[in-house]
Design a protein around this ligand. Sequence first.
Ligand SMILES: C[S@@+](CC[C@H](N)C(=O)[O-])C[C@H]1O[C@@H](n2cnc3c(N)ncnc32)[C@H](O)[C@@H]1O
Length: 215
Amino acid sequence: MQLEGFHAVKHALRFAPALVEQVVVRDVEDARALGAQLAPDVVDRLLELATVGPVAHPTGVEARAARPTADRTVLTSRNAPLVLLDDPRHPGNAGAVIRVAAAAGASGVAMTGRLDPWHPAVVRGSAGLHYALPVLSVSPDDMTGPLLVLDADGDPFTHLPSNAVVVVGSERAGVGPELRKRADAVVGLPMRAGVSSLNLATAAAAALYAWRLQV
Ligand SMILES: C[S@@+](CC[C@H](N)C(=O)[O-])C[C@H]1O[C@@H](n2cnc3c(N)ncnc32)[C@H](O)[C@@H]1O
């Protein structure tokens, strides 16, 4: 896995240091200064692994890291919500969901459909926070637990149970029929009249932070 930029490398070093195989920096002193300023907890390890070479990213830091084996136990047992993206199309949106799921303390992010959750553009969008929680491909049959579908036209959202799967639909089609059929509830986040929907990452963020602020 290629990690582009200081923040992605920092997150991999912080959450899964054993998986980081090689770091390339444009200039050692610049990397040391950036690390001291933004991530003093990982700067020593970053410099230990670093070799000097050409780096395209503006921060002057890149790395190679192994992809972890996804922890699939979150599909059946969890004490924080699991986000399920139903067939997301835009890698940047999927990455933004992984980033907010990591920040809010979700138990993982699962995805149906064709988008590889570890596609480099998704990893770019998450700033490397793939290394902070399980990120996996699933089919609707894999899901257990209370299934809460997010839909702008759903019943009013009240709260997100800690063991729930919160299902967020794709950019154009929303949540597909297979997951709707399995839903325990279909709920909507309130919006001002005239606004048709939120971006999917924004909807995931609102639901996760409603949970986070309540626990
Ligand atoms: C851009 S929206 C999809 C819009 C799509 N045209 C539809 O019919 O659902 C992407 C996803 O974000 C979530 N979402 C967007 N706005 C929402 C809202 N106000 N309440 C709950 N979920 C919302 C839903 O899961 C939705 O499937």
